[in-house]
Design a protein around this ligand. Structure first.
Ligand code: CUA
Length: 362
């Protein structure tokens, strides 16, 4: 009986270890892709091996002693009882203190280094944590759009950055409700999130009422996957985002395009979709640069269908997946439970027109 229980426990442990493996993990802190993430890795590796040495010594000692002096059949005398051993106790008080003191030196150095003021050429981006999606505003003077007064380039779900340049993020929590919310009726869900892109930086909490900061940089062009790392409500698990790092020339082209207003289709389905969008309820929450749509409760859709904007609605769906987009417009709550986007009971024809409009916003 006891053997069976031990076997079962062993198998459960093995299963738990195995399910944590993924051959193509996109969110591994062990594969840093920029200098800030590398600093964390550089600290992690030696601390990990020190911890391994401590584990092997302590667990090895326990296993050795348990086996070497275990109870044996036919031996019925009680072993000699001892109480206390001053030399041992001083030893195992000082040894861990020394280990911690050694680990503390690089740890504090890394914390200070990561908390340094950003270099003067850093790209400044304000990150807004909503329920449940991330918004990004590029606040530098040279990142203003050509439309609107003082309007910064703004994206939802995807943060686009240039390679090889430090990005200084200012993290703020924003509610998920319309017009800032009304207490007791339509509360503004400003809650704590945690902003995390494992391959580019550590985690940073996003706390209502204050602004936190974090530095990141990507060395290579590519897509990096991020996720909210603190439980923040129903769709916490799908509060994902992506960081798209572009080479400097691709970055310049991206910036130039983002500064332009959204497309204004003049005929066909896309025109119908635009009329429905501007004339309907969409503009209460969404903005499209250059139009009267200027809502801020939902993601900015000015360049919704740009190639860099690869995902939407908390990044659980690909922008180019038209079926997903249709399902989303059909009933947001059916695909993302708790979504603040209401079901407008759109007809198939209305959805077809809206999709055509969204697909024109490149
Ligand atoms: Cu936002 Cu979890």
């Amino acid at each position: 009986m006891r053997k069976k229980v031990l076997w079962a426990l062993g198998l459960v442990t093995l299963a738990l270890v195995l399910v944590s493996c993924a051959p193509n993990a996109t969110q591994s802190t062990l594969k840093p892709e920029g200098p800030y993430a590398q600093q964390i890795q550089t600290l992690f590796v030696p601390v990990f091996w020190i911890a391994v040495a401590v584990f092997v010594l302590v667990e090895g000692g326990i296993v050795f002693i348990s086996l070497r002096w275990r109870h044996r059949k036919g031996r019925d005398r009680t072993p000699p009882q001892t109480h206390g051993n001053t030399r041992l106790e001083i030893g195992w008080t000082i040894a861990p203190a020394l280990v911690l003191a050694v680990v503390m030196v690089p740890t504090i150095a890394t914390i200070w280094s990561l908390a340094k003021a950003p270099p003067s050429n850093a790209l400044n981006v304000t990150v807004e944590g909503h329920q449940w999606w991330w918004g990004f505003s590029y606040t530098d003077a040279d990142m203003k759009t050509t439309y609107g007064a003082d309007a910064p380039i703004t994206t939802g779900d995807v943060l686009v950055i240039p390679t090889g340049r430090t990005v200084y993020l200012s993290l703020e929590s924003k509610g998920g409700a319309l017009n800032g919310g009304v207490a007791g009726v339509n509360p503004d869900f400003e809650v704590i999130h945690s902003f995390w892109i494992p391959q580019l930086a550590g985690k940073q909490d996003v706390v209502p009422g204050r602004t936190n900061h974090i530095l990141l940089q990507a060395d290579h062009a590519g897509t990096y996957y991020g996720q909210c790392a603190e439980f923040c409500g129903l769709q916490h698990g799908k509060m994902k985002f992506r960081v798209i790092a572009l080479t400097p020339s691709d970055w310049d082209a991206w910036v130039a395009n983002q500064k332009l207003p959204g497309a204004t289709p003049t005929d066909g389905l896309a025109k119908q979709g635009m009329d429905a969008f501007i004339g309907g309820s969409c503009i209460a929450c969404h903005a499209v640069g250059g139009t009267t749509a200027a809502g801020t409760a939902g993601p900015d859709l000015t360049h919704f269908f740009a190639d860099t904007h690869s995902c939407f609605a908390g990044c659980d769906w690909d922008t180019k997946d038209e079926a997903a987009l249709r399902a989303w417009l059909h009933d947001p709550n059916a695909v993302k439970l708790g979504s603040k986007m209401p079901n407008y009971h759109l007809t198939d024809d209305e959805i077809t027109a809206l999709v055509a409009y969204l697909e024109s916003l490149k």
